[in-house]
Design a protein around this ligand. Structure first.
Ligand code: FMN
Length: 387
């Protein structure tokens, strides 16, 4: 009997180590972000894939964000000493090891039980910035406690009542270094795929930042707060509200979702410290321009008076290079991170980030730019339209 048990334990250990090494091999055999996208789509539940990948309406903007990068071509330069590559840069007067960050994205535990802890630990390892979503499944406090050396910013959705300001204060207390206000969440985009699937947030996923507010509330009231509905979203904010928000925090204030030069100028006038060019990955309004196409008009309007960030459609390190060449100070990655998380948790996010970072280094090497701060508009041009 004892022998049988020992044999069973040995078989279990062997199987487990085989499984783990296979999983490891599998990640090592994924060579591009696209490989992760394919495996994620094949291996994760259909509604999770739909929730993470979908865009609004016909998803034209989601697709366009990606495709637009192909219209920008690189201008490599020769005979530059590229034996040492520097990725570090300075944002808000602070040194940052890499110009790559993670976008705020809701509910990471839907992709993997380790959720935000895993994504945060992965970006911490490469010294990038993590933006915690207002609708995260790990709370502001827990993330700060569990990944103490993380460089982190807090994303805020503008809600009725005092919740948004409360969350700014909570983030300040927990060592978050900037506040990222999403300016495009007056409503939820028309995500047809989720309607077709009758998508609902799984019972096992909670909006952890709301735990404080539902204590002692009835089930009905709690549902109103945490069902990820549009009930709470503010639609009445005008530019004066930016000034008000600025007065509520000593941290740099970043406006995420700016898409025109007019709004970039207003953002600066009303006190924003940085402009974050984003169309929410095409999940809100469809038929808008790709973010890489918007970037030049924003950079031109801002004229170096504040930092400019970008997200949307990043699939390659060369896309990051192109965004920096067109004037972005930092570039944030969205869905690829969730694909890495869904495929293999923290190890998967590590691999996605290392692919992007290595591709960026390779692009810098061939373009003769040994320092990210030496990448300029001279290294990237838009293809002339065909015909
Ligand atoms: C699943 C998912 C959830 C998101 N949740 C948020 C959010 O809570 N707050 C926010 O400001 N943006 C959110 N976004 C938008 C991202 O911050 C970012 O703008 C977008 O994903 C960038 O495009 P990419 O996914 O093509 O990289 C979300 C995006 C995705 C894909």
């Amino acid at each position: 009997m004892l022998l049988e048990i020992i044999k069973l334990v040995i078989t279990f250990i062997n199987n487990l180590s085989n499984f783990l090494s296979k999983k490891h091999e599998k990640i090592e055999e994924l060579y591009s972000v696209k490989d992760f996208e394919n495996l994620f789509s094949k291996s994760c539940p259909k509604d999770v894939v739909a929730y993470y990948n979908c865009g609004a309406d016909e998803e034209r903007t989601t697709l366009e964000n990606r495709n637009a990068f192909h219209r920008y071509i690189l201008r490599p330069r020769m005979f530059v000493d590229v034996s040492n590559i520097n990725l570090s840069t300075t944002i808000f007067g602070q040194k940052i090891a890499t110009p790559i960050g993670i976008c705020p994205m809701a509910m990471h535990t839907m992709a993997h039980r380790d959720g935000e802890r895993a994504t945060a630990k992965a970006i911490e390892k490469i010294g990038g910035i993590y933006i915690q979503s207002f609708h995260s499944s790990t709370s502001i406090e827990d993330l700060a406690w569990e990944v103490p050396h993380l460089r982190k910013w807090m994303q805020i959705t503008l809600c009725k009542g005092t919740i948004s300001i409360d969350m700014i204060k909570r983030a300040e207390k927990c060592g978050y270094e900037a506040i990222v206000v999403s300016v495009d969440t007056m409503s939820l985009g028309n995500r047809l795929e989720l309607k077709r699937l009758k998508f609902d947030v799984p019972q096992t996923t909670r909006l952890a930042n709301f735990d404080l507010y539902i204590q002692g509330k009835s089930e009905e009231e709690s549902k109103h707060l945490t069902n990820y509905s549009t009930d709470l979203l503010r639609r009445d904010c005008t530019w004066n509200y930016v000034q008000y928000l600025k007065g509520q925090t000593s941290l740099p204030l970043i406006l995420k979702g700016i898409q025109t030069k007019e709004d970039a100028l207003l953002a600066m006038e009303y006190g924003a410290d940085a402009i974050y060019v984003s169309n929410h990955g095409g999940r809100q309004l469809d038929s808008g321009k790709a973010t890489i196409d918007i970037l030049p008009e924003i950079v031109e309007a801002v004229k170096g008076r504040c930092s400019v960030f970008l997200d949307g459609g990043i699939m390659h390190g060369s896309d990051i290079f192109k965004a920096i060449a067109l004037g972005a100070d930092m570039v944030f990655v969205g869905r690829p991170i969730l694909w890495g998380l869904g495929v293999a948790g923290e190890a998967g996010v590590d691999r996605v980030l290392s692919i992007l970072k290595e591709e960026l280094i390779t692009t810098m090497t061939f373009c003769g730019t040994p320092d990210v701060n030496l990448i300029t508009g001279n290294h990237c041009v838009k293809c002339p339209p065909v015909g």
